[in-house]
Design a protein around this ligand. Structure first.
Ligand SMILES: Nc1nc2c(ncn2[C@@H]2O[C@H](COP(=O)(O)OP(=O)(O)OP(=O)(O)O)[C@@H](O)[C@H]2O)c(=O)[nH]1
Length: 307
């Protein structure tokens, strides 16, 4: 996909977030000079736009440092906010690099059901294919037949091999078979789907640690990446999931999906500020090329509504 159409899609996707922040900020700028009352309002506007108290406080502080007492128009305020959002996003906007030696690089994908996990796996596979990496998928979510079927459909559509077992099968043994198959074929990336039953933490933890153990036996470096897929429409709840999964599964990076069609895209900034985990990619739609690594400056401008 050309960068122009991705940029357009980004703007389209973040429209609701942008509107929310713009509305909230518009209310904030009542006076010509940046004073404490205005800064309070800006901070509130950022919190109401899901950027979280910590990012909001940081942005407020930076604005105060740089502009206190100076005249500021609404446009300048948005520009200044965009710059501070970019400063928060830049350190975490890190694409997922394929560096594992020996191959394959094993990417474990975790997240609650419905977060967009399966779709994200397909989109990630597609991204890697575009970079000429060979990809294999493993259907480690054996809890629901639908999950296996969905992954199989995607695998066929994008033309990547899938290692799968029966519904209720042992995820660890599927992962074992998949790593062996990927190693034999010299596949670059193996992406592993996992079950997302957060309501049964103990079982999920056991399952993940069993998968880890099997992986470790085949390759001490694996899994090389543990990606948590988050649904931006969940707002604050998405952040709680980072806490839970980090503790359970040692998350190495995030993918945030469904940034289109939600006014809660500010949660991307909250996640960046509060956790500092790499955000490898963002999803702004259901199509195969709706997931991309992101340009922090562009996304910051989109969120703040600066053209
Ligand atoms: N609008 C939008 N929809 C998305 C995005 N990513 C995934 N979806 C949709 O979200 C729904 C759930 O996605 P799945 O990939 O099935 O999510 P999952 O986490 O695997 O969920 P289960 O299959 O229920 O375990 C699907 O209808 C996807 O098309 C996105 O970035 N934007």
């Amino acid at each position: 996909m050309s960068e122009t159409s991705w940029t357009e899609r980004l703007f389209g996707g973040f429209r609701k977030t942008q509107q929310r922040l713009a509305e909230n900020l518009t209310e904030a700028v009542g006076t010509a000079r940046l004073d404490d009352a205005t800064l309070d309002q800006v901070e509130d506007a950022l919190i109401m736009s899901d950027l979280g108290p910590s990012a909001a406080a940081r942005i407020r502080e930076k604005l105060r440092e740089k502009r206190f007492g100076l005249e500021i128009s609404q446009e300048q305020l948005k520009e200044a906010v965009a710059e501070e959002i970019a400063a928060i996003l830049r350190p975490v906007a890190i694409p997922l690099e394929i560096t594992a030696f020996p191959r394959p690089q094993v990417v474990l994908v975790i997240g609650v059901n419905g977060s967009g996990k399966t779709t994200t796996i397909a989109k990630l596979a597609h991204l890697f294919q575009e970079d000429d990496y060979s990809v294999m998928l493993a259907a480690g979510d054996t809890f629901r037949a639908a999950a296996i079927g969905q992954l199989a459909t995607w695998a066929e559509r994008i033309g990547v091999p899938l290692v799968r077992g029966p519904e209720g099968g042992d995820p660890a043994s599927i992962v074992f078979d998949a790593v062996k198959a990927a190693t034999d074929r010299g596949t670059d990336v193996l992406i592993v789907d996992t079950a997302g039953r957060l309501q049964n933490k103990r079982e999920l933890m056991d399952e993940l640690s069993k998968i880890r153990k099997v992986l470790g036996r085949l390759n001490p470096e694996a899994p090389h990446d543990v990606l948590l897929v988050l649904d931006a429409t969940n707002g604050q709840n998405a952040l709680n999931q980072i806490d839970v999964f980090r503790e359970m599964a040692g998350v190495t990076g995030l993918v945030m999906t469904k940034l289109d069609g939600t006014a809660r895209g500010g949660v991307l900034v909250a996640a960046a500020e509060q956790y500092g985990l790499p955000i490898h990619a963002i999803g702004v739609g259901e199509k195969i090329d709706d997931l991309r690594p992101f340009d922090p400056d562009l996304v910051a401008r989109v969120i703040a509504g600066v053209a």
